[in-house]
Design a protein around this ligand. Structure first.
Ligand code: G3P
Length: 221
């Protein structure tokens, strides 16, 4: 499973990129606004920090303008993935941009029917928002299960990767991995929670306490 981080905060990205565990980054207009930086400048800096796909979302709503914005975003760096919303105009823009060789992440997906359309439009990634479905008492992870099952029926024609978005906690990630989703885009705070377990901390403390009693030092003479 590929781990993307879901943020436009350069400090967070720099810190997490240093772990060597980041396979990409996703942003959206809200995350960019939160970062406070100039959009094109921030995307360029993110692309320099993380070699994997960096999603940058268009803000136009008409296909021709989406395509123009997408071309400008794609020109920032080779690892830009242009994000478009799951609308008819977004699908038309996806078709045009993907046929020109641009990676496209179709976002704001909330149904399997939408995910099928995105695959037909040549999307590189489809972004179903699990947390926002859970927020309205619909089963976000069931959508992931359905999309993965549908895509698996067409291995020769569907190359679109399921990029699970709107992740709210570590269990979303584990469930997505069990379902075989290709990518999870994880908020920084959730990503940092993945490593934590009290028994790991307790066990390490006990190992180190016992080791200290030996008076030995691995790097010592
Ligand atoms: O990548 C999409 C993600 O940022 C949306 O998350 O928490 O606003 O539903 P959220």
């Amino acid at each position: 499973m590929k781990f993307f981080v879901d943020t436009a905060d350069l400090g967070e990205i720099r810190e997490l990129a240093a772990t060597g565990l980041l396979d990409g980054v996703t942003t959206n207009p809200s995350l960019v606004a939160k970062s406070g930086g100039n959009f094109l400048d921030v995307i360029g800096k993110i692309c320099a920090l993380v070699p994997g796909p960096v999603s940058a979302e268009v803000t136009a709503t008409q296909a021709d303008q989406m395509i123009a914005e997408g071309r400008k975003l794609a020109a920032i760096a080779p690892n830009v993935a242009v994000k478009v919303p799951l609308t008819w105009d977004g699908l038309k823009a996806c078709r045009a941009l993907s046929q020109a060789g641009t990676k496209v992440n179709v976002t704001l997906c909330f149904s399997s029917a939408q995910a099928l359309l995105a695959a037909k439009a040549g999307a590189t990634f489809i972004s179903p928002f699990v947390g926002r479905l859970d927020d309205i008492a619909q089963d976000g992870m069931q959508l992931i299960a359905d999309i993965c099952a549908i895509y698996r029926n067409y291995p020769d024609t569907i190359r679109t990767e399921v990029l699970v978005a709107s992740i709210r906690h570590p269990i979303h990630l584990v469930q997505a991995a069990k379902l075989g989703a290709h990518v999870a885009t994880i908020p920084p705070d959730v990503l940092k929670k993945l490593v934590a377990h009290p028994l790991t901390d307790k066990g390490l403390a006990a190992f180190l306490a016992d080791w200290a009693k030996t008076g030995q030092n691995i790097l010592g003479s």
